[in-house]
Write a protein that binds this ligand. Structure first.
Ligand SMILES: [Zn+2]
Length: 78
């Protein structure tokens, strides 16, 4: 039988969490990342934090675009 998780602070059984997009740090190559902060909807205790997957995907796509520019063949000189 599945038991609902409890908030570690107020001990209310949780069936959902609140989530908010926030800047969580600047330790990744001098830039910042957005994270998803999940909180208890009753007492607002932070339950967990993760990188925002949409922001991570955008940053990886930008890095790939920069690498493609570096690896592009040099134009032919005639
Ligand atoms: Zn709580």
């Amino acid at each position: 039988m599945f038991t609902k998780p409890k908030c570690p602070h107020c001990e209310v059984e949780l069936s959902k969490l609140d989530a908010k997009r926030m800047v969580v740090g600047d330790q990744f190559g001098g830039t910042f990342w957005y994270g998803i902060v999940a909180t208890c909807p009753y007492c607002k205790t932070v339950i967990g934090v993760s990188i925002d997957p949409a922001d991570a995907l955008q940053k990886v796509a930008a890095e790939i675009a920069e690498l493609r520019k570096l690896l592009a063949p040099a134009p032919l000189i005639e």
